[in-house]
Design a protein around this ligand. Sequence first.
Ligand SMILES: [Zn+2]
Length: 353
Amino acid sequence: MRKNTHSVAVSGSSLNTLAQNGTTFDGQNAAIISGQGSELGNNTVLNGRAKRKIISQKMALSLIAIAEKKGEPEKVKAFWNTYYCQNRLITHDGRYHGKYCKNRFCTLCSSIRKAEIINKYYPVLKTWPEPYFVTLTVKAYPLKSLRTMLKGVIKAFRQIVGNYRKMNQRSKGTKLMGIKSLECNFNPVRRTYNPHLHVIVPNKETAEILIKEWLQKWTAVHTIRKAQDYRPIHNLETALIETIKYGSKIFTEPDVNKKANSSNNGNIHAAAVYNIFDAMEGLRLFDRFGFDLPKGTAKERKGARVVTKYGEWVFVPQYFDWLNTENELTLTGHVPKTELVNLLENNIDLLLE
Ligand SMILES: [Zn+2]
């Protein structure tokens, strides 16, 4: 932690219910915390949190502006929740506690969700003899067809797996299994959206069946062989991370450092991101098929408790960090890269969709 030389006014967020503070009956300051919280010890992790918080807030503000323009008050509210996600933290006993917004489009929450999925699935996928990575796509479509096509992609996949399950029950053919993730890219030049599935399967045979059936299902009207891909997985962990990117990439160019500069505007297509999340509403993005996870041991849930020795921190965008409400120390000492700051300041496009 480093001391700030400037004084800054900080304000708490009322959305925070998992970490509240007040005064006990005997006049001591007290906070209510619940759950396990997260470890404070690892500075790399903390820095990552600060970085995601910066990205998440900027994106939330852009999405709020778009939702307001489109007249969607419910969405405006949801994006504000994301803006305040983990905004106020209570630190106690080497851990920090704060409220998660749990929204899909929240960078902080999806990184937690991703980690949970990886922890859950990695031990199972590790036992597969020759895992393959499969990409199944349809053509790119204009916005008006996006939701229909996303639903169509899910439905087509479910039908293929269902047919093979029935055949398998009649002792014919393979039972298909794997994990799948629905994604969508935006092409800013053609202004089209490309729904696709990323799939990990246990073997080459399953990968080939999926592609064959996919092409038959969609026919040449909607897709071509060249757009489908399958390849053996050499690094399962990387493949798993790639598979569960969670719906939509925020940056059309994943390499933030390479592309960011003030003259190159529109790296982040916020309106397109908005449309993709909107079209994906209620659709399951990540799922397994053909197998069950082993029953895990349920995590011990720590209930709400009152603590009197604690620190309170509020995120201050100008500092890119959480500041202690008493002494204004920074929590992480995170200094964002200039490229990222520039990108978020200058390169978010609110119009193109
Ligand atoms: Zn969140």
